[in-house]
Design a protein around this ligand. Structure first.
Ligand code: FES
Length: 157
């Protein structure tokens, strides 16, 4: 279900915790599984729960609570725009609107070519860098003016 490389990474996560606290590795394990699969299907969540040694329901609780986990297929690039108040006051909503207009999609949608998914995000702790866009849950892009968005989209294409 997961590659030997991913299982090895999950083993590394598991090794960070005492044997009776394996459940603490579930967030990292789900992240690793999502990186390999692109999103988390029910089968993948249950497989990871079984591998970590927790009940599937406990893994679902985590996967459905945090918005970095994708429970449906997403585009090659998932762009998460923070629109919480501090960012909104510094152009976050404008950046989101620009991306919507540029890509022709709304929040929660994917472009027809499968390249981009747009997501409305919560505070990422980078309010001072607003507007911010997170690419594929890992790469933070700061000060995303319309010009910066254009440059980022050109870079990703
Ligand atoms: S409010 Fe957007 S990063 Fe904090």
């Amino acid at each position: 279900m997961l590659s030997p490389q991913s299982l090895q990474q999950i083993d590394t996560e598991l090794a960070k915790y005492p044997a009776d606290q394996r459940r603490s590795a579930i967030m990292g394990a789900l992240r690793i599984a999502q990186t390999e699969k692109g999103w988390l299907s029910a089968e993948t969540i249950e497989y990871v729960a079984d591998y970590v040694g927790i009940a599937p329901a406990a893994a679902y609780e985590i996967a459905t609570f945090y918005n970095m986990y994708d429970l449906a297929p997403v585009g090659k690039y998932k762009l998460t725009v923070c629109t919480n108040l501090p960012c909104a006051l510094r152009g976050g909503v404008n950046a989101a609107d620009y991306l919507k207009q540029k890509l022709g999609i709304g929040f929660g949608e994917t472009t027809s070519d499968g390249l981009y998914t747009l997501v409305e995000g919560e505070c990422m702790g980078a309010c001072g860098d607003a507007p911010v866009v997170l690419v594929n849950n890992h790469k933070m892009c700061s000060f995303m003016t319309e010009e910066a968005i254009e440059a980022k989209l050109a870079e990703l294409r």
